[in-house]
Design a protein around this ligand. Structure first.
Ligand SMILES: Nc1nc2c(ncn2[C@@H]2O[C@H](COP(=O)(O)OP(=O)(O)OP(=O)(O)O)[C@@H](O)[C@H]2O)c(=O)[nH]1
Ligand SMILES: [Mg+2]
Length: 418
């Protein structure tokens, strides 16, 4: 049965994008399978000590809980353990804050070992300080001031348990990341160009990945695309074959959102390692969203945190099938597409190919006829641009990735080097 929830938003001067954030809270609640029965907002200059919101507002929400039978009250902010405890006692409902809500979504959907570890790590890091506060308060009340009561002994045990779990999760994650790094190194040896799809959640990254897979005739390798926040929870990498000789690796990633809990960013950094190693970043933007300009800034900020400034970046303005004209700033280096309908995809492929070909260098080879079997290898190792059958040799112009040239060095036509 769906749980029913009341959403609470507090307009504070420190949250200038309150409206968008509160609108997103609705979708986050939906993605977490809550049924939203009421929404309440309050404008304050600062948050309050006891309940975060004013006590009059708490009474109002208490009446709503009674009237609607809501099981949960969700706040669009990060609450302190004291706020949570006070609110829970007063409202007799489960209190969830924005961070916990996002963690819950990730927790219920994480399927792979890696995603599960990342969520467990983020949750344990979020819980540790809260656990300390909560238990301390209760321990003190029971044991009386000054004495070290049962509550505090329990607290010591719990703290140790959480710390042990945190280091175990970190160690296990490190092993998975290391295994993937080795896999990546192997791929690098094959000289594959890699393209990372990043962007705000629901922008259409997975839909674009699926367009690439369609082009590549690899329908069976399609990824989940869905109108839901955080549909993708782990990166997946697929080989995209554009042409018998031109292929690249595309990596679909987890979407970003405003005010993403920093424990989650930390935990997901290992997943996003793939982005750091990309040769090209496609920043996918849903330009049909009226707030897309801010979403671009949010994603670009996280990309900076991930140390990816040196990687070339192309903005892919998506969902042009549902708007006449984007209502915001247009980044300089961009292409417009519809990942749903396929508009603009050939142009995007052309752009990707331009970046990809920058790594290729044309070389003229003169191959004697008795070595003509080398042509088969050349077709695999490079892109043949021109072939001319001369009297004693076959002249071939081939575009190579640098590390692929070595077996053919002997045949480089020194007179004709570009
Ligand atoms: N109209 C329209 N809808 C699109 C387009 N691209 C994607 N969508 C829809 O937008 C929704 C989200 O698409 P996804 O590809 O799952 O988005 P994502 O960026 O992977 O999202 P997360 O994995 O949740 O971060 C889906 O319902 C898609 O069908 C487009 O070009 N036009
Ligand atoms: Mg996705």
């Amino acid at each position: 049965m769906k749980k029913s929830a009341i959403l609470v938003g507090v307009k504070l001067p420190s949250i200038p994008d309150f409206d968008q954030s509160f609108e997103e809270l609705d979708n986050l609640a939906l993605a977490c399978d809550y049924y939203v029965v009421k929404k309440v907002t309050q404008t304050l200059s600062t948050s309050k000590n006891d309940y975060y919101i004013g006590s009059g507002k708490v009474d109002e929400i208490q009446a709503m809980v009674e009237e609607t039978g809501a099981t949960t009250v969700i706040f669009d902010t990060e609450l302190t353990p004291v706020h949570i405890r006070n609110l829970e006692e007063k409202l007799d409902a489960e209190i969830v804050d924005r961070t916990m809500l996002i963690l819950q979504i990730f927790e219920t959907r994480a399927k792979t070992k890696e995603a599960q570890l990342q969520v467990a790590l983020a949750k344990a890091q979020y819980m540790l300080p809260r656990l300390i506060d909560n238990t301390l308060q209760r321990g003190r009340i029971k044991a009386g001031k000054g004495s070290k009561g049962k509550g505090e002994q329990q607290l010591e045990l719990d703290k140790r348990r959480y710390r042990t779990s945190i280091s175990r999760y970190r160690r296990d994650l490190k092993e998975i990341v290391e295994a993937r790094r080795v896999q990546r190194l192997k791929r690098d040896r094959d000289g594959m160009f890699s393209v990372a799809l990043v962007g705000y959640t629901n922008a259409g990254k997975s839909a674009l990945m699926n367009q690439f897979l369609t082009l590549s005739h690899r329908h069976q390798k399609k990824v989940l695309e869905k109108d839901m926040l955080f549909a993708t929870l782990q990166t997946s990498t697929r080989r995209i074959q554009l042409h018998p000789m031109i292929s690249f690796l595309a990596t679909d990633t987890v979407g970003f959102i405003r005010r993403l809990p920093h424990h989650l960013i930390e935990a997901f950094k290992s997943t996003l390692e793939e982005v750091k190693d990309a040769d090209l970043i496609l920043h996918v933007v849903d330009v049909s969203d009226p707030h897309y300009s801010e979403q671009i800034d949010i994603v670009d900020d996280i990309l900076i945190q991930l140390d990816t400034e040196k990687i070339p970046k192309l903005y892919v303005l998506n969902k042009i099938d549902i708007i006449k004209k984007p209502q915001g700033l247009i980044p300089y280096n961009h292409v417009k597409i519809s990942a749903l309908k396929g508009n603009g995809i050939p142009n995007l492929i052309l752009k990707i190919t331009e970046y990809l070909l920058e790594d290729y260098h044309p070389v003229n080879l003169s191959i004697p006829y008795d070595q003509s079997h080398l042509l088969d290898g050349l077709k695999k190792d490079g892109i043949i641009l021109e072939t001319e059958y001369g009297e004693s040799v076959i002249r071939v112009t081939v575009a190579f990735l640098d590390h692929k040239i070595q077996p053919y060095e002997h045949f480089i036509d020194s007179a004709n080097l570009h």
